[in-house]
Design a binder for this molecule. Structure first.
Ligand code: SF4
Length: 432
């Protein structure tokens, strides 16, 4: 049964039991939550073929983080990908995407789908592997792979339906320094150019929606024309694709298929806000899923930090779902340490976004408690409250545990002011 139909029909008579807990976890009144799902402002990607912890993405929810894992043709170690999945979830990832392109793709996906989390994929990757090259992927093959991913239990699929002939013409008319940097985007360009045909995901979009509706799978409308460097941010192709995604989002909503929008790639910090607001506006406030945005191109090795800066700015303007960028972005396939670091930094960006979005369930308590613990020089409490307290404790203790810390030592301003004003550490029991 299609979730959206189910929700719309049951909206008047009560809240679907399966969504009540999800709503409460977001601190949202269930009736209000369900209304937003029915309006397409929140999605809960959950393929009924698989039981797992559900994750709500969208307006009024906390900002969620996806972590990409997956093999490549250069490095294929399925056990390592499982380790990366575990590391991502242990560090707070809300969803995983299996982007594998090397090895037995069905078997790898089966393993990733065993994790108790929302899982997404990009079916065109597998279609290209089966065909041998992007230009030889047929519409039949692509739809067949999409059906297989749906049947296997994938919750959301990135599908580059907006990479159509119009976007390709815009790309030619207003050439970009980096051309196309989306893997899926480049595959669809190759398919269209070799076969001299429209992208089947665009030409047969109604059929695609039928498949997704049948399996209750969420579509993530891919941004195949996202800019790949700051200089390309204002070129035509991206905007043409946005407008197409706006119409495709409406068509998905009209037939009860949950949808999210992907965007907007590399761009200067001062362009992030209006791009996010514009995408939201033209897609009827569909949940927005971001890679980055990457706000400088000259910090390889630290692109997780670059993406966190762009991501926080995007969340301030309404973005809902951040795709983790690891320190190895643009350099290599991430290892476990990259996944841990990237996930932690992305979660911090999401949290920073939450502090300004002030979603329904948002409470300032933890920030206030941390300030109190700092004021009282209560280190254990600080590590308990910290997003990644183990890491903070390790740094604090490396110079030997003290009442203050080794930054100022005996000249600790906090200690001195507490003594001066008589506000020295209170009995911990008194803290609210
Ligand atoms: S020693 Fe300096 S940095 Fe450390 S807690 Fe005191 S004031 Fe803060």
């Amino acid at each position: 049964m299609v979730l959206m139909d189910l929700l719309i029909r049951r909206c008047c008579s009560g809240v679907p039991r399966e969504l009540e807990g999800v709503a409460r976890a977001e601190g949202m009144e269930p009736e209000r939550f369900v209304r937003r799902v029915a309006e397409g402002r929140i999605v809960v990607p959950a393929n009924p073929a698989r039981e797992h912890r559900r994750c709500a993405i969208g307006e009024g929810c906390t900002v969620k983080v996806n972590v990409n894992i997956g093999t490549s043709g250069s490095r294929c170690d399925p056990a390592l990908e499982e380790e990366k999945a575990k590391a991502a979830l242990a560090n707070g990832a809300d969803a995983l995407m299996d982007l594998s392109t090397g090895g037995d793709l069905v078997a790898i996906r089966k393993k990733i789908l065993r994790f108790d989390t929302t899982v997404g994929t990009v079916p065109v990757y597998e279609a290209v592997r089966r065909a041998g090259n992007a230009g030889d992927v047929t519409a039949d093959l692509l739809f067949q792979v999409i059906r297989e991913h749906c049947r296997q239990g994938v919750d959301f699929l990135t599908l580059h339906c907006g990479v159509n002939r119009q976007a390709l013409a815009a790309l030619r008319a207003d050439q970009r320094l980096m051309g196309v940097v989306s893997r899926g985007g480049s595959f669809h360009c190759a398919m269209m150019m070799k076969r001299e045909e429209e992208n089947p995901l665009y030409a047969e979009y109604d059929y695609l929606l039928e498949i997704l509706a049948e399996h209750d799978v969420t579509i993530s409308l891919g941004d195949g024309m996202r800019p790949g460097c700051l200089q390309d941010a204002e070129k035509l192709a991206k905007s043409v694709e946005y407008v197409t995604l706006g119409t495709l989002a409406k068509r998905a909503q009209a037939v009860g298929v949950q949808r999210m929008i992907e965007g907007p790639g590399h761009m200067p910090l001062n362009q992030v806000g209006y791009n996010v607001r514009m995408i939201k506006e033209i897609t009827d406030h569909a949940p927005l899923y971001l890679l980055g945005p990457l706000v400088t191109d000259i910090a390889p090795g630290y692109d997780h930090v670059v993406a966190a800066i762009g991501g926080a700015a995007a969340c301030l303007n309404g973005a809902d779902f951040l795709c983790m960028v690891s320190p190895s972005e643009h350099l290599a396939l991430p290892d476990v340490a990259d996944i841990v670091e990237g996930t932690r930094v992305a979660k911090i960006a999401a949290h920073v976004g939450d502090t300004v979005r002030k979603h329904e369930g948002w409470r300032m308590e933890r920030e206030v408690q941390m300030a109190e613990a700092r004021h009282e020089l209560d280190w254990d409490e600080q590590f308990r409250l910290a997003l990644y307290g183990d890491h903070a404790r390790k740094i604090h203790e490396r110079d030997g545990e003290t009442e203050t810390c080794s930054m100022c030592g005996d000249l600790c301003a906090v200690k001195m002011v507490n003594e001066l004003f008589g506000t020295a550490a209170k009995d911990k029991g008194e803290r609210k």
